[in-house]
Write a protein that binds this ligand. Structure first.
Ligand SMILES: C[S@@+](CC[C@H](N)C(=O)[O-])C[C@H]1O[C@@H](n2cnc3c(N)ncnc32)[C@H](O)[C@@H]1O
Length: 484
């Protein structure tokens, strides 16, 4: 059965509405994930069904397997222009059922699934065996009716995809399964923390599939997203989970089982979802979680740079002299050091105009800087460098907001500790660890605070002899020596 995902659709309008349709192979991969229970009649919900790619994939699977003899799908879609394509898919599915002697019924329901599934009566039903979805992606403002409707159901959903996942979980019977392809961004970070905790209370993950590179299945204004596919059971047991990965939708490999506590550490206050895809990831998690120190124990704090340049236009100097106060951007970080000024197309001098302007400055001292944005495809996700006051005339310094700054309660760190932290943060083991939980391009201060670190002596030993960042392999050998 061939289903045209986008019959007669305008592609620009499509991306503006967050309508990224699932390619057929990905739909098959998603439909293969749930364990289909041996029920006399399988009840499936496909919210935001589009042209019905996922409905078609699940019908194909049941017809092929011949274990379930009756399937009843509710395919809900808001966009009226998609309804003819969806109805056509529904007919094709029912025809396929007749040929395969499986009783298939696909009911197309127009309308808004958030409106339909919130409030006293869940119009589409609340006892589905399976909810399968590729939800729309769109930020939801706190004042939006969707977010408020979800809040009334006990969910904090800052994005439409989270709202869909939430109502998907609520639409299941106990023991029913939710299968979704979503951005990985809910796995860590403060923005999705409440949603993540609410989700983890309601469902237990069974399987997770990751992709090696990001794709545009979900695109936020053209920004590539890292996606995962997962299946989770409402009220399920937190046992072992299966993790697979692939480069794209075609080459599933590396099936492995992971204990639930490794996916979500029970004592993790932020409930990060860590996805380890091989033994090296496991080693990295073991290494970092067994380290003795927290940043607080090291008396080190991490904050974002204070200068938001477009709000401080008057303070910016486009052609700073060597005597100007430096304003440091991520583009100034090179090979573990800060090169200032550099031709990066930014105004890199900061001048004090009003009495309050000096609040943007940190006193002369050693600081460790980490870029706040980096993508999966980059060689390292955490890019750290040392701000060395000796190389910059011992002047106070301003850091721009796209940087995380490690400091000692608003003053500099000592030299050895700064270089030790910089080397540690740039190591391969930290990079690997970070990638197990980071699902977006941000490196949040919370992420950096949530990691364990070597103790102060070990960091000083590591930083003691450094003035530059060594080559990666040499750096990793040095780091080996301070691991417990
Ligand atoms: C990312 S597309 C996926 C479509 C389809 N499930 C697939 O896999 O190809 C999300 C779909 O959700 C629909 N949608 C967006 N908001 C919706 C809402 N509130 N209620 C129902 N459908 C919605 C969009 O029109 C779009 O067709």
């Amino acid at each position: 059965m061939r289903v045209e995902a986008t019959i007669g659709l305008d592609r620009t309008a499509q991306s503006a509405r967050g309508q990224y349709f699932t390619p057929e192979l990905a739909a098959d991969l998603i439909a293969a994930l749930p364990r289909l229970p041996e029920v006399p009649r399988l009840r499936v919900l496909d919210p935001g069904a589009g042209s019905g790619m996922l409905t078609a994939a699940i019908i194909q699977r049941t017809c092929r397997e011949q274990r379930i003899k009756e399937v009843d799908v509710t395919a809900a879609e808001l966009d009226a222009t998609l309804l003819p394509a969806l109805k056509q898919t529904a007919e094709l599915c029912e025809e396929q059922g007749r040929k395969s002697r499986v009783k298939v019924r696909v009911t197309v329901v127009p309308g808004d699934v958030i409106a339909q599934q919130t409030g006293p009566g869940m119009e589409l039903g609340d006892d589905f065996d399976l909810v399968i979805m590729n939800p729309p992606y769109k930020k939801l403002a706190a004042s939006s009716w969707q977010r408020q409707a979800m809040a009334a159901e006990g969910w904090d959903t800052g994005n439409l995809y989270a709202a869909f996942v939430a109502l998907g979980a609520d639409s299941l019977r106990v023991g029913g399964q939710l299968v979704a392809i979503t951005p990985r961004s809910f796995a860590n970070g403060p923005y999705f923390e409440r949603f993540r905790k609410q989700l983890l209370r309601r469902v237990a993950f069974d399987r997770i599939h990751t992709f090696e590179s990001r794709s545009t299945v979900f695109a936020d204004n053209g920004v590539l997203q890292e996606n995962i596919i997962f299946s989770a059971t409402r009220g399920g047991r937190r046992g072992m989970i299966t993790v697979t990965s692939s480069r794209d939708h075609t080459d599933v490999r590396g099936e492995r089982t992971v204990a639930y506590d490794e996916l979500v550490a029970p004592d993790d206050p932020h409930q990060f979802i860590r996805i380890t895809t091989d033994e090296l990831d496991d080693d990295a998690v073991r290494t970092i979680t067994s380290l003795p120190a927290s940043l607080a124990a090291l008396a080190v704090r991490v904050s974002t740079g204070k200068v938001v340049d477009f709000r401080a236009q008057d303070n910016l100097l486009h052609a700073p002299s060597p005597d100007s106060l430096p304003l440091i951007y991520p583009g100034n970080l090179r090979g573990g050091k800060v090169l200032w000024p550099r031709p990066i197309g930014k105004a890199q001098g900061y001048q004090l105009l009003g009495a309050d302007d000096s609040k943007a400055l940190l006193p002369s001292g050693y600081y460790v800087l980490v870029k706040r944005f980096s993508a999966k495809e980059e060689r390292r996700r955490i890019v750290a460098a040392v701000w060395d006051p000796a190389q910059h005339n011992q002047k106070p310094v301003a850091f721009e907001n796209h940087l995380n700054v490690f400091h000692a309660n608003g003053t500099g760190l000592d030299r050895e500790l700064a270089w030790g932290l910089c080397a540690w943060l740039n190591s391969s083991v930290v990079d690997r660890y970070f990638r197990t939980f980071s699902g977006h391009t941000q490196v949040n201060a919370t992420d950096l605070r949530s990691m364990n670190y070597p103790d102060e002596d070990a960091l000083r030993r590591l930083g003691g002899g450094l003035e530059n960042l060594p080559e990666q392999s040499e750096l990793d050998t040095l780091v080996e020596q301070v691991k417990p």
